[in-house]
Ligand binder design. Structure first.
Ligand code: NAD
Ligand code: MG
Ligand code: MG
Length: 339
């Protein structure tokens, strides 16, 4: 695995370019502001004119362009709109408008890897994918550090795509902690697998099934919340800081014994078999085909699942309990007014 740092990157490459960030959400907010603070003087945000992100980007002192004008103006276009909209944005706003020899960049390889977007052959196509949410990409940069980034090149028309990508990654702070070389395929398949099996799908199912088990057995919903959701953070912080052994060092021997003897009964070889099934649905493109047809239909089941999820009684219990713990709300990671 190759890792690059600030000393390997030529920051002047990106500083000499007109850079457009399409979208001003979680990642767009971080990329645009970090680039500006790294001395990229010509940075602009491309948005729809009716977007409520226009005011947020302008109040951060950023120039805002329409999607078409942004595409015409830029040497580097970073696509930070939702993945499911990128194909239409490419077809409608970028394909005809981007300059000859410009670069098209992504923070996730999905659209390129699954051929939803087939970029013009004169364009460089690279990926700079921070391994953290946008607010962390921004806050780490602000304190002089940075979130590690993945760097990959899908199309090298200029013979310089990798150097431009490296320069971009350094300008958003990645070179302070490490820029790791990968491919679009590896990034997409591991990213989808991680979020489906562990980070989002696996974890939320584990929490809600366990909460329901306790509540159905007659325990107080509040007690169930503390034990199956609230304390996840305490455990994850220990694992994050020093690995699984570090967490086991900190918990009681009783908890550690329960971990060894009960954990593998919950997540067992049958679960692993289903993990392999999910991985092959990702590799074959079946998952993305399903997700794109859901989008084509206007996201009916996605919206219904989102609504049902938000209505789950664990959310009401959580809201009440978090009200008793005001420190949780201080320094919020999610601030909907800024990004
Ligand atoms: P987001 O949903 O937070 O923000 C997307 C933004 O796009 C919106 O805020 C809006 O400003 C804009 N937008 C929405 N619809 C648009 C349209 N039709 N035309 C133009 N602009 C539109 O998205 P995000 O989470 O920042 O994701 C952006 C990219 O970054 C995705 O490719 C994602 O996979 C990738 N990524 C995200 C994270 C993360 O932690 N959120 C981490 C790494 C990579
Ligand atoms: Mg992802
Ligand atoms: Mg306990």
């Amino acid at each position: 695995m190759r890792v690059y740092y600030d000393r390997d990157a030529d920051l002047n490459l990106i500083k000499s370019k007109k850079v457009v960030i399409l979208g001003y959400g979680s990642q767009g907010f971080a990329h645009a502001n970090n680039l500006k603070d790294s001395g990229v003087s010509e940075v602009a945000v491309g948005l729809r004119s009716d977007s409520n992100s226009v005011a947020k980007a302008e109040s951060a002192g950023l120039k805002v362009l329409s999607m078409d004008d942004a595409a015409k103006w830029a040497d580097v276009v970073m696509m930070l709109t939702p993945d499911e909209l990128q194909r239409d944005i490419w077809n409608i706003n970028l394909r005809e408008n981007m300059k000859q020899g410009a670069a098209l960049a992504f923070a996730h390889g999905l659209n390129v890897h699954y051929n939803l977007i087939e970029p013009r052959s004169d364009l460089d196509v690279f990926m700079v994918a921070p391994k953290g949410p946008g607010h962390t990409v921004r806050s780490e940069y602000e304190r002089g550090a940075g979130v590690p980034c993945l760097l990959a090149v899908a199309q090298d028309a200029s013979s310089n795509a990798s150097e431009i990508g490296l320069s971009y990654a350094a300008a958003i702070g990645g070179g302070r902690s490490g820029i790791i070389e990968t491919t679009f395929r590896e990034e997409v398949e591991t990213d989808l697998f991680g979020e489906q099996v562990v980070l989002c799908g696996g974890l939320t199912s584990l929490i809600t099934e366990a909460w329901e088990t306790l509540v159905e057995a007659g325990y107080a919903p509040e007690m169930a919340y503390f034990e199956t959701l609230h304390e996840v953070k305490l455990i994850v912080d220990l694992i994050y800081e020093g690995g699984i052994a570090n967490m086991r060092y900190s918990i009681s021997n009783t908890a550690e014994y329960g971990d060894y003897t009960r954990g593998s009964r919950i997540i067992d070889s049958r679960t692993k078999k289903r993990m392999r099934e999910i991985l092959s649905e990702i590799q074959s493109g079946q998952f993305v085909t399903e997700w794109m047809s859901e989008n084509g239909a206007g996201q009916p089941s996605f919206k219904a699942m989102r609504r049902r999820g938000a209505e789950h009684p664990i959310e009401a219990v959580g809201e009440k309990l978090r009200g008793m713990m005001p420190w949780i709300g201080e320094n919020r990671l999610v601030d909907k007014s800024k990004n």
